[in-house]
Design a protein around this ligand. Structure first.
Ligand SMILES: *[C@@H]1O[C@H](CO)[C@@H](O)[C@H](O)[C@H]1NC(C)=O
Ligand SMILES: *[C@@H]1O[C@H](CO)[C@@H](O)[C@H](O)[C@H]1NC(C)=O
Ligand SMILES: *[C@@H]1O[C@H](CO)[C@@H](O)[C@H](O)[C@H]1NC(C)=O
Ligand SMILES: *[C@@H]1O[C@H](CO)[C@@H](O)[C@H](O)[C@H]1NC(C)=O
Ligand SMILES: *[C@@H]1O[C@H](CO)[C@@H](O)[C@H](O)[C@H]1NC(C)=O
Ligand SMILES: *[C@@H]1O[C@H](CO)[C@@H](O)[C@H](O)[C@H]1NC(C)=O
Length: 684
């Protein structure tokens, strides 16, 4: 029998909608269609019509993935009892489903083979009934907000070949014992809370091709039986291990037997010693990540045997010596990351012109001297990201004039003097998103246009230079603005009030003055505000409404001329946020704090010792399972010290803005009489 089916391929919104509507009309009497594939269209946020479930009861295949549907998935879908394939995956969790609906779906769809719900918002535990879905061959539940214990029976489903549950950070379980009947080809549980020993029986999964357990909490011991899985071509173990189990150095020599690997990630796995020689066996490798280990010695010249390599990530190790010339024979390289090692010597930058496909290069934070000839511009590949921090540069490299695709540039910690030249910004006006020029000797912008020219910039880091005049006005898109430790003068322009995306504003150690624009308090994205050591003045009191500084996590106003009335500051209510980390002990110095509430966050560690901290009621802390203290159900262990250095803002890149945002601290003023800190953080 020929299966009748419909596919709308890349139609416009209206034509896709029309087709769907027509289909439902046509089929309301005769439910003839067996396959419906509307994937990869743009339904522009419309809901999935519930009539699908009533009218298309013959369907065996339904694919609505990546089509911009929105809202609740209709429960009627579970009336499509003949379905063997259901794919509702999306890029951006706009579809929602309840656990109950998922359960009744599995109950009714007794023939279901492929169930793909990537990024559908489910937010529940995994329904047990899935262990009865014995026809399942492929289950994809990545990033669905699943939590709790993963039902072990799913691992024993007799036909299951592909299991994807990555990015459900609160989903937890240890691996069962696998037996030889297992037919797994793809197993991806990365970025979950799976834990325990990796069982030796993993060696029984003889069909395994993809194995991804990165960013989990497994015991650092790895059974060498994984070396028996000779079909493996994708192995991702980045940070698979629970750091609290200590820095156990394990042997990965069994990896040398996996000669079909094209993707190998062993970053942050406590590898110590010389460069792993078994890697020379893996000639199919396209992706090699050994970053954040303690690999020492030189970069071996045999790396040039890995001719397929497109990505080589060796940052954050103890590698020494020069960058070997053989590296420039890896003609397929697109991404090369060597930062934060002890590499030394002179790098003739024109060698990179041999790597015609290169897109990203990071040589920062070594002991290298990068020599850039002024006339090499024409031959270099067009880079997307470039980081040459601490590379002994004395001027803006001229070849940047032709780098018209650059999105990210870091020239921090060099010896670049004088103004930022106009030709530099001209090339990158539309592309540049991140600019980090920290710690140079920059004095300003050549022919400063009043407003910074980069129209899409997200991250501007100009701290620790000699910049003068008023602080530059960034574009609307800015999220992180850091000009600390310069010689800026004048007031903060009220234009800053328009920056609706601004999350971090760091202006400390300049000579800024005047009052803060009132409207700053209304910026809804602002999470970090640091004005330390300037000449600001004005009165800071109790915020007029709960809506001022609604998301602020870190505030540091110390060493300014702010004044106000001490009784005004009394309350710090941070309850029902998503704060993580510890409560800093210096909060205890805010002795005037009369009300303190951090309940229902993700805080951990001890409650600071300090008189008034003993007076706050227990329910000021409840709902933080990691918090411990004398008056709490959980008592602290001796090793849990109550201090931790505050997070540094300077060293973070823009990706970690979001990490800082989940952290917080209040800096206690140096001069007690000069300052009041009052923050009321509204509910999110
Ligand atoms: C659904 O369609 C998408 C996009 O066309 C495709 O990649 C995916 O494999 C299909 N899903 C299934 C289960 O066939
Ligand atoms: C799975 O099926 C068995 C037998 O049909 C039944 O007894 C059991 O309750 C089912 N499990 C769940 C979780 O529904
Ligand atoms: C792995 O292979 C070795 C022989 O190379 C064998 O002794 C061992 O039992 C195998 N382990 C598993 C779990 O299959
Ligand atoms: C290299 O691969 C071969 C199989 O192709 C294997 O026999 C050998 O043990 C491997 N060498 C290392 C160092 O793992
Ligand atoms: C800061 O500004 C004040 C007044 O505008 C000036 O007197 C002082 O010298 C400046 N300090 C520095 C370090 O530039
Ligand atoms: C702290 O906040 C929570 C939730 O906002 C509230 O239920 C609790 O009563 C508060 N505790 C005190 C001491 O006000």
């Amino acid at each position: 029998m020929v299966e009748r089916g419909v596919t709308v391929v890349h139609g416009t919104v209206s034509s896709a909608m029309r087709t769907l509507a027509m289909l439902l009309v046509l089929t309301s009497e005769a439910a003839v269609f067996m396959r419906l594939d509307l994937s990869d269209n743009d339904f522009d946020g419309s809901e999935i019509p519930y009539r699908l479930g009533h009218d298309l009861t013959s369907l065996t295949y339904l694919n609505l993935s990546y089509s911009a549907f929105f809202g609740q998935i209709p429960s009627e879908i579970s009336k499509l009892s003949k379905l063997s394939t259901l794919d509702l995956s999306s890029y951006s969790s706009h579809l929602k489903w309840t656990k109950r609906n998922l359960r009744s779906l599995v109950q009714n769809l007794t023939n279901i083979k492929k169930l793909h719900l990537r990024e559908v918002d489910i937010y529940s535990t995994v329904p047990d009934i899935l262990v009865n879905a014995s026809s399942l061959t492929s289950l994809q539940l990545d990033n669905c907000g699943l939590y709790g214990e993963f039902p072990v029976g799913i691992f024993h489903l007799p036909n299951l070949e592909a299991l994807y549950v990555s990015y459900n950070s609160d989903l937890t379980r240890y691996f069962p014992t696998f037996n030889k009947c297992n037919v797994f080809k793809k197993l991806d549980i990365a970025s979950t809370n799976f834990f325990g020993q990796l069982p030796t029986s993993l060696g029984n999964l003889h069909s395994l091709i993809v194995f991804a357990i990165s960013s989990c909490n497994f015991h650092p011991n790895v059974p060498s039986s994984i070396g028996n899985l000779t079909q493996l071509s994708y192995l991702s173990m980045y940070s698979f291990n629970d750091v609290s189990k200590g820095k156990l150095s394990v042997s990965f020599s069994w990896v040398g037997k996996l000669t079909k690997l094209y993707h190998l990630s062993l970053g942050d796995t406590n590898i110590k010693g010389e460069f792993l020689s078994f890697v020379s066996n893996l000639t199919q490798l396209e992706y090699l990540d050994l970053a954040a280990n303690e690999i020492s010695g030189q970069i071996p010249s045999w790396l040039m045997k890995l001719t397929q390599l497109t990505t080589l990530t060796l940052g954050d190790n103890n590698l020494q010596g020069p960058i070997p010339r053989s590296l420039f024979q890896l003609k397929n390289l697109e991404y090369l990351f060597l930062s934060s090692n002890n590499l030394s010597g002179l790098v003739e930058f024109d060698q990179f012109s041999k790597l015609k496909k290169l897109k990203s290069l990071d040589l920062s934070n070594n002991l290298l001297s990068v020599e850039i000839r002024n006339d090499l511009s024409a031959t270099l590949p067009k880079l997307e990201t470039l980081a040459l921090g601490f590379c002994n540069l004395t001027e803006f490299p001229k070849f940047l004039k032709n780098q018209s695709e650059l999105t990210k540039l870091d020239l921090s910690r060099n010896y670049i003097h004088g103004p930022i030249p106009k030709w530099f910004w001209n090339a990158t006006i539309e592309t540049l998103l991140t600019l980090r020029l920290y710690d140079n000797f920059l004095t300003g912008f050549d022919q400063y246009p009043g407003i910074l020219p980069w129209t899409n910039m997200i991250f501007l880091g100009l701290g620790f230079n000699m910049l003068q005049g008023p602080p530059p006005i960034p574009p609307q898109s800015i999220k992180l603005y850091d000009v600390e430790n310069n010689e800026y003068t004048g007031e903060i322009s009220p234009l800053f009030c328009n920056f609706n995306n601004l999350q971090v504003l760091e202006l400390s150690n300049n000579n800024l003055s005047g009052m803060l624009p009132q409207c700053l308090g209304a910026l809804p994205e602002l999470r970090i505000l640091i004005l330390r050591s300037n000449g600001f003045h004005g009165v800071i009191g109790k915020p007029a409404t709960k809506h001022e500084f609604p998301n602020l996590r870190i505030i540091d106003l110390s060493n300014n001329g702010f004044s106000g009335d001490l009784a005004a500051l009394e309350s710090l209510d941070l309850s029902q946020n998503q704060l993580s980390g510890r409560i800093l002990s210096n909060l205890a110095q805010l002795t005037f704090l009369a009300y303190f509430n951090v309940s229902h966050n993700y805080l951990s560690g001890p409650i600071p010792l300090g008189e008034q901290f003993n007076t706050f009621q227990e329910d000021s802390y409840e709902g933080n399972s990691g918090l411990c203290g004398m008056y709490l159900p959980k008592k602290c262990e001796d090793s849990e010290s109550s201090t931790r250095p505050p997070p540094s803002i300077v060293e973070e890149d823009e990706d970690s803005v979001f990490q800082i945002a989940l952290d917080w601290y209040v800096v206690v003023p140096g001069v007690v009489s000069g300052l009041i800190v009052g923050v009321v953080v509204g509910n999110i």
